[in-house]
Write a new protein. Sequence first.
Length: 292
Amino acid sequence: MTPEINQKTRQFQNSEHIGRYADANGRHIHYLEQGTGEALLLIHSLGQSFFTWHRVIDALSAQYRVIAVDLPGHGYSEKPADEPSYAIGALADTLVAFMDELGVETANVIGFSMGGMIALDMAARFASRIGALVLICPGGITATMPYRVRSLESSITGWLTAATISPKTVANLLTDAFFDRTLITPEMVREYYKPYADKAAGAALRAALRAFDEEDVMPSLRDIENDVLIIWGVDDRWREVSSAEVFHIALPNAQFALIRNCGHVLHEEKPERFLEYVLDFFEHGIDRPERD
């Protein structure tokens, strides 16, 4: 049975002080931990923070030791300026070192969008450390994403975009990413924007997007033997559902689920449906044919 969701947006007052810190791979990492039991690592997309899990973290932590991490350069974690720190492999290495610091031998992982590619890299290179994977519309920047997102990669305009992130910018991006725009509240906009009040955050985000290359991961996907669930919003304008085809091919044993009337940030738009799929998947896994 899916745990009941509190329909009111979870309030993270003084967010920068709500979590804990750990030093991993030379980085000062902020994270929120809730619950006990089997470890479940939550990896947000680039440009986000642990706040993106605010509508599902309570339900997940009722059954798991949930660890919602702020990636380097994001949220309230350290924000290095050098691009190599943000390559998918470098972020995966840091997260595995972070698991070491927390004494986590193995963890199931939920990765959102670009965070899904980091999760896949972890599974490909650190197979013994990673359990089941849930990927929410995984992948990088697409041509259908808003110009303000795409322009961050530009060597000409990226610096200006990074320097002018504002609450209005965040509100506009959320409006474009959501199918049901009535769910976007001033509190949500404020919490997403808070880390960007730090002037270093925009530069870190630009460096992260410029370093991100999903093609670094794609060749190794066929080596992944973990159970994988991929969930997509039917009405995702940022990464259209047709983008799932490459994962159908590269991960032939993966299980796929679609959620209707739902945009890119499906775990916030349809938390009950998301949890129904995820909790059933973690409990039952995927039936696989026996290998020779």
